[in-house]
Design a protein around this ligand. Structure first.
Ligand code: PEP
Ligand code: MG
Length: 591
């Protein structure tokens, strides 16, 4: 039995066999001259591989269509087209027949030539097709090397996925019913892959160093996403006590057993708890988790994993469906649709930012203000969907007042356009700003005059305040949600909102952290929005606290010495909270 500790990335317990996901990795490519007269064998090998990949791709398209209900699988259709391109195939054959090269080397050489030509093209679309060429080339070389199986199709029994790291699209494409948990060598707690694991309610531990080398396929693993502990090859006693913990956890997170709506305090009154969602995630389970609305709808997922901007109609459909769904959550449920938050590490499929420092670049609201046609299309789609329920519009990454006034002009223009066309929309639709850049918190009083609500995006607010990349485990120790600097900015934002009677929520992942989320509630935010899987636990915590308890909790950081570190403040808060909650709850949430 071996115990390894990594970063507690997505809460929850998982136990089961290991599936080692190798992704595409580096495939060795032998290069040699084929014996005279044996060129035909190489050609036959090539044809067999092309046929096998064709059938794999077709099966993949079909499986994914069934699993995800998605029609936009043109990534794989495009790969099929490349695979069947007669010009490419002829060139490879020529290298085998004339140059007497083995098939792997012939494939590599021909693809390298095409890659270089595509990369030189002025048109961004063609430059980005390089990634598709890479993909098909990898598939071909893998197949020729005899390791053709696609990992997405290979996972057949529920397993804990052990990988070096996973991209967001790899994570989304894995068959949910077969994924018990994730354990990865790299990664961090607030990377977008981590957010996806949480949104999909999959327990995850990241930053494990070299877990892939220490575990074999099929071996048993126990994984605790709350503490970051992973146990390999557990002994009988450890297994038994882990299963007992799992049993108790599943009783605890059963929201149906909650008597009062999620977020109700022991003394009455509430901190509303909503769900963070994104297009592509099945919405059905959210009601059982107790979500009282959709506090953050990450619209950019309509763009990610796609080659093209979604049309106004496609967007309208998606927003309308989510808005209709939100109405079923509570009689007064709202849905907060965040406009396109693209840039940084969130790029359209296969695109890489050309900016030297994309996290400080032309992203989010800045991108929309420099691509007004994209902004207008999205506004039209949101406004059209707004007649279906209580929709709010939210701007990400606002850093100065002029962005708010420029966005207000765009909305006014779009509303006038819809009026002229006789299209209905909610005239009084609330418009809010995310507070996720320090400048926004520092100017919150002024911002409050220009918007109808605030939502604190702690994922980015912590990153920008501490200058610590949210996705980089090397600086994870600096990523401190309860550092005094972050607390001061949060307090300023709450005070500015309250000063003008505006609603304020927290929609960063820290809202779901028992210690930190409860602290934001204590500071006076009226809503916490989080991945739905975490709602039951946060509800249980709040149900054990009165408003007076929260007032007392809010003072814990203030009572610490002025040189207390973020870690010390966190620990003091955790100790206070642990002392107020029942032991059963503290054990399960890992306090
Ligand atoms: C945040 O930054 O806290 C947030 C909610 O936005 P995202 O994680 O999508 O950047
Ligand atoms: Mg953000």
């Amino acid at each position: 039995m071996t115990t390894v500790t990594g970063l507690a990335t997505a809460r929850g317990l998982a136990a089961g066999p290991v599936f080692v996901y190798r992704g595409d990795g580096n495939i060795p490519t032998p290069e040699y001259i084929v014996e005279e007269g044996r060129e035909g064998e190489e050609l036959a090998r090539l044809s067999r591989s092309i046929a096998a990949i064709r059938s794999d791709l077709e099966r993949m398209i079909e499986t994914l269509r069934e699993r995800t209900g998605r029609q936009d699988l043109h990534i794989f259709e495009c790969h099929l087209m490349i695979l069947e391109d007669p010009y490419l195939a002829d060139e490879i054959k020529k290298k085998i027949l004339v140059g007497r090269l083995n098939a792997e080397a012939a494939v590599r050489k021909v693809f390298a030539l095409h890659r270089a030509q595509f990369a030189k093209m002025n048109d961004a679309y063609f430059r980005e097709r390089v990634l598709d060429l890479d993909d098909v080339e990898r598939r071909l070389v893998k197949s020729l090397a005899g390791c053709s199986k696609d990992p997405h199709l290979e996972i057949k029994t529920p397993s804990i996925i052990v990988a070096d790291d996973l991209t967001p699209s790899e994570t989304v494409l894995l068959p949910r019913e077969c994924v018990l948990g994730f354990a990865t060598n790299g990664g961090s707690t607030t990377s977008h892959v981590a957010l996806l694991a949480r949104a999909l309610a999959i327990p995850a531990v990241t930053g494990l160093g070299n877990i892939t080398a220490n575990v074999g396929a099929g071996e048993t693993m126990l994984l605790d996403g709350s503490t970051g502990v992973v146990i390999l090859r557990p002994d009988e006693a450890t297994r038994a006590s882990f299963y007992e913990l799992m049993r108790r956890e599943s009783c605890l997170v059963d929201a149906a057993s909650m008597e009062r709506p999620a977020g109700t305090l022991k003394s009455g009154g509430e901190v509303r708890i909503c769900a963070n969602v994104h297009p592509g995630i099945p919405l059905a389970g959210f009601r059982e988790k107790g979500a009282r609305g959709i506090g953050l709808y990450r619209s950019e997922f309509l763009w990610l994993n796609s080659d093209f901007e979604p049309t106004e109609e496609e967007q309208f459909e998606a927003y309308r469906e989510a808005t209709r769904f939100s109405r079923q959550l509570a009689p007064d449920a709202t849905i907060t649709i965040r406009v396109l938050d693209i840039g940084g590490d969130k790029m359209m499929r296969g695109r890489k930012s050309s900016e030297p420092n994309p996290f400080l670049g032309n992203r989010s609201i800045r991108y929309l203000l420099s691509h007004k046609d994209v902004f207008r299309r999205q506004m039209r789609a949101i406004l059209r969907a707004s007649v279906e329920g209580r929709v709010r519009i939210m701007y990400p990454m606002v850093s100065c007042i002029e962005e708010l006034t420029a966005a207000a002009e765009i909305i006014a223009g779009v509303k006038a356009e819809l009026d002229a066309e006789g299209v209905a929309y909610a005239k009084d639709i609330p418009v809010g700003a995310m507070i996720e850049v320090p400048s926004a918190a520092l100017c919150a009083e002024e911002f409050a005059r220009h918007v109808d609500f605030f939502s604190i995006g702690t994922n980015d607010l912590v990153q920008y305040t501490m200058a610590a990349d949210r996705g980089n485990d090397a600086v994870a120790h600096l990523y401190q949600p309860l550092n005094r600097a972050v607390i001061s900015l949060a307090k300023m934002s709450v005070a500015a909102a309250k000063g003008r009677g505006l609603p304020i929520s927290v929609c960063g992942e820290s809202a779901a952290d028992p210690v930190v989320g409860t602290y934001w509630a204590a500071l006076g935010v009226d809503t916490l929005s989080m991945s739905a899987a975490y709602i039951p636990v946060m509800s249980r915590i709040l149900a054990n606290l009165t408003r007076e308890d929260l007032d007392e909790y809010a003072k814990v950081p203030d009572s610490m010495p002025s040189d207390a570190t973020g870690r010390q403040i966190f620990d003091a808060c955790r100790d206070w909270l642990a002392s107020r909650l029942p032991a059963e709850l503290t054990e399960i949430v890992g306090l």
